[in-house]
Design a protein. Structure first.
Length: 105
């Protein structure tokens, strides 16, 4: 049941070589556009600054915690539709306009 030193797993090698181009190509495409969470956070922060609100003010108006809002603006939170709506209302902007700002980036 021993294996010889010179034997190769040809199937494995063919498989991994065929994936290499796909993986490397896909990695370049991801870097072209920032994550939607980051773009959403930037849109929220931009609108908040337009309204001259602090994070604490906006969080209070939206009924969310200030540290949660901070995470949103940094793009580290995956928001629910309920929280997106709360933020849009607090920012006095429609959800559609908020997402237009996200798409514009």
């Amino acid at each position: 049941m021993g294996s010889s030193v010179g034997s190769r797993n040809v199937t494995h090698r063919r498989y991994t070589q065929s994936l290499q181009g796909f993986i490397v190509g896909g990695m370049g495409k991801r870097a072209a556009r920032s994550d939607v969470r980051e773009r959403f956070g930037f849109a929220v922060k931009s609108r908040r600054e337009e309204l001259e609100l602090t994070q604490e003010d906006l969080a209070d108006k939206a009924g969310i915690h200030r540290t949660y809002l901070s995470d949103v603006e940094r793009g580290t939170r995956n928001l629910s539709l309920l929280n997106i709506e709360r933020l849009a209302v607090a920012l006095t902007i429609s959800m559609a306009k908020l997402f237009e700002a996200v798409e514009a980036q």
